[in-house]
Design a protein. Structure first.
Length: 145
């Protein structure tokens, strides 16, 4: 594991611990954007994996961006969601079951301008990579189906 990746992993671990301990009052916002904790099921291990991510809202849905900082490979949490779309989000002290799906081309085209207007770094990440940066829609699981 490279130094950069190890540092990111350590920072993520610290972020999770502080966020959970404070109920999101500390580190509940980064760069002016709200943060949630996304818990996925590991695609290879089946183990719960929790990642702090900034998010956006679209009606009742939550949106997260699979940028991985403009890296060529998709983030692990996204690969996990592709294998197991059921996940849990924690916002502050509230937990919600969600089902993830990647926004289609038309939906992404509608959502992307507002996302990059809020955080222009995503546009820079997209210029840095050859992959299309996905927008992931997290829809709350509906009781009873």
């Amino acid at each position: 594991m490279g130094l950069r990746r190890a540092a990111i992993k350590t920072m993520g671990r610290a972020h999770r611990l502080v966020y959970r301990a404070s109920g999101g009052r500390v580190l509940g916002r980064v760069a002016g954007m709200p943060v949630l904790l996304l818990t996925t099921t590991g695609r290879r291990t089946g183990t719960a994996r929790t990642t702090p991510l900034t998010y956006f809202r679209d009606g009742d849905d939550l949106l997260v961006v699979g940028s991985n900082g403009g890296e060529e490979r998709a983030p692990g949490w996204l690969l996990n969601l592709r294998a197991h779309p059921e996940a849990t989000v924690t916002i502050g002290r509230e937990r919600h079951e969600v089902t993830a799906r990647t926004a289609g081309a038309e939906e992404r085209a509608r959502l992307w301008p507002a996302i990059v207007a809020t955080y222009p770094g995503y546009a820079a990440y997209e210029r840095r990579t050859t992959r299309a940066i996905p927008v992931v829609v997290l829809a709350r699981a509906r009781p009873g189906g």
